[in-house]
Each structure stands twice: as structure tokens, then as C-alpha cells.
Design a protein around this ligand. Sequence first.
Ligand code: BTN
Length: 239
Amino acid sequence: MTKTIKKKVSSTNDLARQLAKKGAKEGDCVVSESQTAGRGRLQRKWLSKPGNLYLSLILRPKILASCLSQLTFVSALAVSKTLEKYINQKPQLKWPNDVLVDGKKISGILLESETENERVEFVIVGVGINVNQKQFPQYIENATSLYQILHKEMNVDDVLNDFLKSFEEWYLLFQKEGFSFIKEMWEKQHFLKGRMVEIKDGKKKVKGTVMGLNDQGALIIKNANEDVLPIYSGDLLWS
Ligand code: BTN
């Protein structure tokens, strides 16, 4: 496993993609102390000042492109297990890719891939964990960091190594037991189960009660007409 460590990059996902195109192996990763153009889902910016973890893992899984989002849940469980060790409580998982503590986001995951029809060339699993962020700018609502929870600085390399170990364990479990096992584990920590939510996808809005995940990793909700709908993308809001 090759670790590429940088002080500053535009986005670790970009550098990981370049390395993957040049033949980087499964498990190779890119870590940077900061990012000048860190990004999140739905074209959002990801705050990327020094002191936090910014990591992109290169994977070459033998799965169909239509199953790729399953890896988001594998990654979220790995982040959750990593954090559990520091905070002595189970984080909450929010569909599709957030890890929260006390309802506040501490980590986000951004999966990007190169595919040809159903064939997966490679996947980049981008993970950001707020480690030593003391305060968040006002435009970032509902975020937290290990520092805000524990009131002390943590070593980012320790968090990185714990995450890599945890990811390997969950990835092996995924390969051995399949997605149904991951789905079951993820649903146990999904804090919106049974709650009324709204999913915004561009101009489209859907309201309903959260039932769980389907086999592709879509969120299943039941609307007021009792229709059961799979939701494949969007922003989940709850009250
Ligand atoms: C999200 O919650 O919207 C996903 C955030 C993912 C952020 C990480 S930080 C490392 C990697 N590089 C990026 O530019 N983004 C991901």
C-alpha cells in the first residue's frame, strides 16, 4: 500500500484520480494537511484547513458500477468505528454519507469513480474527518469536530491509521459477507429510521417516513399515500 502524503493539494480526490489513472493499486491512498479546493457532495465546498483529516483511498473493487454506492456505507461504518474509539459513544449515520455526533456532522464521504458501462475501473473514497477544528465559519451549520467534543487536540496521523485499519476490516467484511451484512450494521446506527424526512434533489422534493435501505443503497421512504419509494440521491432534511 503506497501512501502519498502532501502538505497542500487542490483535492486529495483529484490527486488520487491522477494516480489511479497511472495504475495506482487497490489500497493506495493520498493524504494532505490541507486542500485548496476540497469538495463535498452536491457541488459543496469542504472546509479544508490544516488540523483535520483529508484522505482519498483508491479501490479497484470487483463489483458492478450500479453497486458502487454500497461502498459509501462501508466507509461510513469505518469512520464511525474509528471515532467511537475516541469519543466513547456510537456516532449516528445519516443517509447517504454523513457521520454525526449529537446530531452534528463530524465527517463526510465523497465517492467518485471511473466506470465503463457496468465495469468499474477504480473508485476514489474521499473521507474528511473534522479532527482539530476549533470553530466553524458561520455558513457551516451543524458541524462538530473531535476537538469540540473532547476539548483537546488529537494527532491526525493516529486518526488516519485507525481509519485505515478500520476501513480494511469493514471492506473485508463487505467482500466476505456481502452488502446485506453492511446494510444491517448501517441501519442499526441510522438515526432517522421511522422519522418523517424531506429529500431535496434539485427542484424535486419528496416527503415521507424513513424505512431503511434497499439492496442498492437507496433510501426507502413511505409517503403520505403509503407509496414505498427508493431515493437514490439528494439532501436529507429532518425536523
Ligand atoms: C460531503 O459530506 O459532502 C463529503 C465530504 C468529503 C470531503 C473529503 S476531504 C478528502 C476528499 N477530498 C475532497 O475534495 N473531498 C473529500
